[in-house]
Design a binder for this molecule. Structure first.
Ligand code: ZN
Ligand code: ZN
Length: 194
């Protein structure tokens, strides 16, 4: 806690310079160094080192952030990995029906690149992926309705799973705090700020 501008608990004068005093974040009181009988860098009231409460809070924040970051990594790895696997499976199905076009392959590679960029914390890739997956989820939903109407149970199941996966990824990218923290951490790592 900042000591400057606060009133010294001993002499009731203002502490004018940061170097002149210390403040206790727990007791919310400040002292001039000169007004502490034998200044050992501890608050005379609670005996904690000055700044200890803040350090403890900073430690707790760091731990909480790292837990969130790990959870975000797990969630995003699962979702993007599943989407990539689903895309690969779709290509193989097309291939086995001899219906695989070069356009399908290019689109799949584009998706993989986009997922990679999302994973490294590129902001526009995250936004683009959320929009594209949102559109995909919508069309998969329409397709699922058609299969439902025609009674194609297996096709309905496959398309339904794909739709839920797209929708879950959009939700994770847009609102999940853990994914947001993970992507911020990845961005910092990429930019060399950590
Ligand atoms: Zn004083
Ligand atoms: Zn104190």
């Amino acid at each position: 806690m900042q000591a400057v501008g606060r009133t010294c608990e001993a002499c009731r004068e203002k502490i004018r310079m940061a170097a002149d005093g210390d403040a206790c974040g727990t007791c919310r009181i400040a002292y001039h160094h000169a007004c502490l009988p034998n200044d050992e860098g501890r608050c005379p009231k609670c005996r904690l080192r000055f700044g200890e409460a803040e350090e403890a809070q900073a430690d707790r924040d760091a731990v909480r952030d790292s837990v969130l970051v790990r959870r975000g990594r797990t969630v995003l790895t699962f979702l993007l990995g599943s989407l990539a696997a689903l895309g690969a499976a779709t290509l193989f199905v097309s291939l086995s029906h001899e219906a695989l076009g070069i356009g399908d392959v290019i689109r799949y590679v584009g998706e993989l690149v986009l997922y990679y960029l999302v994973f490294t914390g590129v902001r526009w890739a995250r936004a683009a992926t959320a929009i594209l997956l949102g559109i995909s989820a919508f069309f998969l939903g329409v397709t699922a309705l058609a299969f439902f109407a025609n009674g194609h149970t297996i096709a309905l199941f496959v398309v339904g799973v794909a739709m839920l996966l797209c929708a879950a990824t959009v939700v994770a990218l847009v609102v999940s705090p853990s994914v947001r923290w993970f992507l911020i951490a990845q961005e910092r790592k990429r930019l060399g700020q950590d």
